[in-house]
Design a binder for this molecule. Sequence first.
Ligand SMILES: Cc1ncc(COP(=O)(O)O)c(C=O)c1O
Length: 392
Amino acid sequence: MMDAVIDEIDGRMIRIGDHWLADFASCNYLGFDLDREIIDAVPAYLDAWGTHPSWSRLLGSPVLYEEIESKLTALLGSEDSLVLPTITHIHMSVIPLLAASGTIFLDARAHKTIYDGCQVAKSRGAAVRRFRFEDPDHLDELMRSEPDPTRLVCMDGVNSMTGNPPDLAAFAEVARRHGALLYVDDAHGFGVIGERRLGESSPYGDRGNSIVRYAGESYDNLVLVGGFSKAYSSLLAFIACSPEVKQLLKVAAPPYLYSGPSPVASLATVLTGFDVNERRGDALRADLWRKTSSVLDTLSRLGVHTPNRSGFPIIEVPLADHRDIDAVGRFLFERGIYVTLAAYPLVPKSEVGFRVQVTSANTLAEIERLNDVLGQLANAFALQPARAEQAA
Ligand SMILES: Cc1ncc(COP(=O)(O)O)c(C=O)c1O
């Protein structure tokens, strides 16, 4: 299940050669990639703007960018925001600018693209210290022993492997107490989790406005990075920041100055995605939560471990014996289930396994098929036994 050529799709079913599989490796959590209203909105934008504006943002941006940034800022409740093509572009350019020659405190399990951004910063004179995953006390300890007054803390929001959110309030408190800027990548949370309120449609919270709102936190001393390439199925990413940081990035961040922009179709699907999110997003998230719960319930019934404690739609299933990974991959493929395999050395041997991602576009029949195959898998292979803290 690596490097596959997908010949055709039909909803969330994919065809590889003559084999049809249910796709549980998609990050299109809200199903916007297949949403008829969003697809139908694209041609009018192409008629108005062509396929690709081609200017770097410094040279000029179609007014669509202004519309996206103002709608995004309102949705997030941040002071301001800036959009650039991808999160990777943002990490590589923004982390070095914010860190300057100061000290970065990096989550030990941060996404590779955050790590790489920190390596660029290091090559320009920053120091990098790593704190233990999910351990704000360790961050506190490191910061207490660090005299450097310029401090940046870099970490993930919803973790791309465990599916869990960090204790953002605890990390923000430590960062603020030590005068640090907290930089959070919520690629997987944006569009899926959001503000908590009475009568919310699911435990994901409402509006999909990301981890800061989900945690009831403020944007004080906090920079939020997220992307549209997962829940919004569009090639675009954002940084929610103060107007001062935005101004700095407009004169100093290479992707703003030099990179080619996102295609017009992506700007169109972001803008239409905002409308759909406002009208139907909470219903889609409630559906996503129910489908995810069904898979988590199955694992729980089977007594199988997953690190997912959140109920969010990323469900990793580690194997008891990492050497089974090839056979497990074949077993799932032959039974029509497409997942992301996590093999050693990409992950430690104790975490080798596979990751299921649920989207609201997966049908109930596909979810049932997945649950059934997970039962067969648990009979055929040794999976890790469930632990006390597991969700669902
Ligand atoms: C946590 C996280 N950050 C960043 C990225 C990369 O995002 P982009 O494709 O926008 O560069 C990913 C993609 O998988 C991710 O999971």
